[in-house]
Design a binder for this molecule. Structure first.
Ligand SMILES: [Zn+2]
Ligand SMILES: [Zn+2]
Ligand SMILES: [Zn+2]
Length: 155
């Protein structure tokens, strides 16, 4: 039980690094065609963005891993799949719901952590183009963003 939780949590943490790399080198790289409409909303008319394809790109391997682990009892597979799925859920809640308000819930927060994440991601969105981005992470961003929110709270 504890071992399962440790693997799931470890995969969750690793996924932040995987996301950073994917965002910087793949989404702002050869798959920019799918990510572009997330940086320039004039490129999509419906609620959906081509960028949402990345949820499928991460969901398919996690589903396969969960199947391998549960149906075929391959060791560690369902735990890794569960870690990726939980990260995807957290990413969706923070990025799509809280920051971009795609669902009209959870619109504001007093937490310096969430406010810092939002500020950092807004910095990422200052750039409409593929090059010269910053703040590619999602649940972990440079400390200065958290520090500023903490200072704003105190004053
Ligand atoms: Zn981006
Ligand atoms: Zn959009
Ligand atoms: Zn965004």
């Amino acid at each position: 039980m504890l071992e399962n939780l440790a693997i799931i949590f470890g995969v969750f943490l690793i996924m932040e690094g995987v996301t950073w790399c994917t965002h910087k080198y793949v989404m702002h790289g050869f798959l920019w065609i799918l990510h572009e409409d997330h940086h320039d909303h004039r490129l999509h008319e419906s609620w959906w963005e081509k960028n949402d394809a990345f949820f499928i790109i991460f969901a398919v391997p996690s589903m396969i891993l969960i199947l391998l682990g549960t149906v075929f009892s391959v060791p560690y597979c369902w735990q890794i799949g569960a870690g990726i799925t939980l990260y995807g859920l957290a990413y969706f809640l923070v990025h799509d719901v809280f920051i971009h308000q795609r669902l009209k819930i959870f619109r504001n927060s007093e937490s310096a952590y969430f406010r810092g994440l939002r500020r950092a991601h807004k910095m990422h969105h200052k750039h409409l183009g593929k090059e010269e981005g910053e703040c590619f992470g999602m649940l972990f961003v440079p400390f200065k963003y958290f520090r500023r929110e903490l200072e704003a709270k105190r004053s």
